[in-house]
Ligand binder design. Structure first.
Ligand code: ATP
Ligand code: MG
Length: 558
């Protein structure tokens, strides 16, 4: 690749992109190969999206490739359901691995052969200490470790024992295979780490073929090398594992030696991202499943109404760095607002209805007003909104005793029904409990379209839906799942937001009746809404609130 092609990939710089550019320019690599290596033990979340956008984004921008590799070395935990959802989510985000989908378990035989090579080279040994003894021998950050009495086993004996471990001659925990590195290393990962353990558990892909399984640190670097990965990008907690990554590859005759590069993981406020906690939320039915729109999972964000573009933009905005930091949830919310503001057609819906009767307006008459689908994008066209004598307005657009600065509907006060008429409140009707159940208004027939004929000032404009034409629909108003910014700090169950989901029966303008699944709208003055993937269908729409129009968190607004 020449340098013009490289600079043509115009994206915000980050230190990993710079490394890749250098490696292409210096000729170290002609083709860059990255990978996204999820463990199929949970659904992908917004943190994974950062890694996906980074790895697949590098491949896309530099005409390389990115592998999807299931890191399925731990047989007890993996499930096929997770694999499918991981594939779906990566595709949904807009990335494609082409033919390059792999499984670490496909390399079990080769990993075993490499382990034999290590043993033959005197670089690995079978240890028979108990787990407890091994822990005691390991030392601490301040004290060196102690060598196991089995460390000096002869190569032949090691080969024989390792083969018998594989053949199933021993129970779980009887022996392990360890790399022979340095029990005095200041880096605990280098103190003869375990690289194989006995685990008599069937694997969902290899069945009962194996009863020994490789450890992550051993399997991962070799998997990278087998696949010809050039840049093995991972999160910062693996920085201390890099010497081991390099050590393993240095001992073996592997096809290449990828470079491990660490970056800071995404930490997002007002949510939890640990797979264990997400699983608990699902299992304890604190949410309605992995794809609950309040979950930070990609399937959840999708059902919340997030677009793949908004998530990719978010990942680009937060950048890629070397130091751990927290990103505020409002930034993620802002990214979807920004995207939907441009692309979502406008419509009117009333979530908490109050009936308004426009006296003087002929009964049985219907008028249609033309409304622009987007204020700044004429190409999105117009639609007709029907109007009649009875309309619904939002309950909180009326105040019987208006506070100062309240310019919406109140006794004696005039307000603009968007696109329609100016109306003035003449009467308030209450039920036995004193609750306002209906408001009566006069209207100015000369204000058709919503402008005052004499130029008089009418400050308030509110949305409405014609009562006769309204489409009744379920609308779920979602909010943040937690009330504190770091719910993972302590028991997150105690800081669940009791108001994170409210299910309403709303009235929609009739044009929304046929909304397709996954279509998105801005309900004027209310926020962005998404026709639910699972529950909505044309003719029977169900909407989820994606976001409010602006960040109102903690300000006591809906
Ligand atoms: P576990 O600790 O259970 O292994 P994990 O978050 O590491 O969970 P993986 O499936 O192993 O889950 O992750 C796949 C890839 O996604 C890894 O390369 C990991 O570094 C990356 N990743 C996971 N969480 C984040 C995050 N919050 N920010 C950025 N990258 C992440
Ligand atoms: Mg992991």
């Amino acid at each position: 690749m020449n340098s013009t092609e490289i600079t043509a990939a115009e994206k915000p710089a980050n230190f990993i992109r710079n490394i890749v550019i250098d490696d292409l320019q210096s000729g170290k690599h002609d083709l860059i190969v990255t990978r996204f290596p999820p463990e199929p033990n949970g659904y992908l979340h917004i943190g994974h999206a950062k890694s996906i956008c980074l790895n697949f984004g590098l491949a896309r921008d530099f005409q390389g490739r990115c592998h999807l590799r299931f890191d399925d070395t731990n047989p007890a935990k993996e499930e096929v359901e997770y694999e499918e959802s991981i594939r779906d989510s990566v595709k949904w985000l807009g990335f494609d691995w082409g033919e390059h989908m792999y499984y670490a378990s496909d390399y079990f035989e080769r990993l075993f052969q490499y382990a034999l090579d290590l043993i033959r080279a005197g670089k690995a040994y079978v240890d028979s200490l108990s787990a407890e003894e091994m822990r005691a021998y390991r030392g601490t950050l301040t004290e060196p470790g102690k060598e196991s009495p089995y460390r000096t086993r002869a190569v032949e004996e090691n080969l024989d024992l390792f083969q018998r471990m594989k053949d199933g001659d021993f129970p779980d925990g009887a022996h392990v295979l360890r790399a022979k590195i340095d029990m005095n290393s200041p880096n605990l990962n280098m103190r003869d780490p375990v690289i194989y353990r006995i685990k008599r558990v069937e694997h969902h892909r290899t069945g009962a073929v194996w009863c020994i399984y490789p450890m992550y640190d051993y399997a991962h670097c070799i998997s990278d090398a087998i696949e010809g990965i050039t840049h093995s990008v991972c999160t910062l907690e693996f920085e201390d594992h890099r010497p081991l990554y390099d050590w393993v590859l240095d001992q073996l005759d592997v096809p290449c030696h990828p470079r491990q590069i660490e970056f800071a993981r995404l930490n997002l406020s007002y949510t939890v991202m640990s797979k264990r906690k997400l699983l608990e939320l699902v299992q304890e039915k604190l949410v309605d499943g992995w794809d609950d729109p309040r979950m930070p999972t990609l399937v959840g964000l999708r059902r919340r109404g997030y677009t793949p573009e908004s998530i990719r933009n978010f990942c680009e905005t937060i950048g890629v760095g070397k130091s751990d930091s927290w990103i505020d949830m409002s930034l993620l919310e802002e990214s979807v607002r920004e995207d939907l503001n441009v692309r979502a057609p406008r419509a009117m819906a009333v979530l908490r209805p109050l009936k308004v009767v426009i006296e003087g307006y002929p009964e049985g008459e219907t008028e249609e007003f033309e409304a622009a689908n987007h204020p700044n994008d004429p190409t999105m066209g117009v639609r007709k909104v029907p109007f009649c004598r009875e309309v619904y307005i939002e309950r909180d657009d009326f105040m019987e005793e208006p506070v100062k600065g309240f310019f919406r509907l109140a006794p004696g006060q005039e307000v603009r029904l968007r696109y329609a008429y100016l109306v003035r409140c003449t009467e308030v009707i209450k039920d036995d409990q004193g609750e306002v159940v209906e408001v009566r208004c006069s209207y100015d027939p000369a204000s058709r379209g919503g402008s005052a004929p004499d130029g008089r000032k009418v400050k308030g404009t509110i949305h409405w839906v014609s009562a006769r034409h309204a489409v009744e629909a379920e609308v779920r108003v979602y909010d943040r799942l937690f009330t504190t910014s770091n719910p993972g700090n302590g028991d997150y169950r105690t800081v669940l937001n009791p108001n994170s989901k409210e299910t309403l029966t709303a009235y929609l303008e009739p044009s929304l009746a046929q909304a397709e699944k996954e279509s998105r709208f801005q309900f004027e003055r209310l926020g962005y809404f998404y026709a639910d993937l699972v529950d909505s269908r044309p003719g029977a729409p169900v909407f989820n609130r994606t976001a409010t129009l602006r960040d109102s968190w903690g300000k006591g607004q809906q």
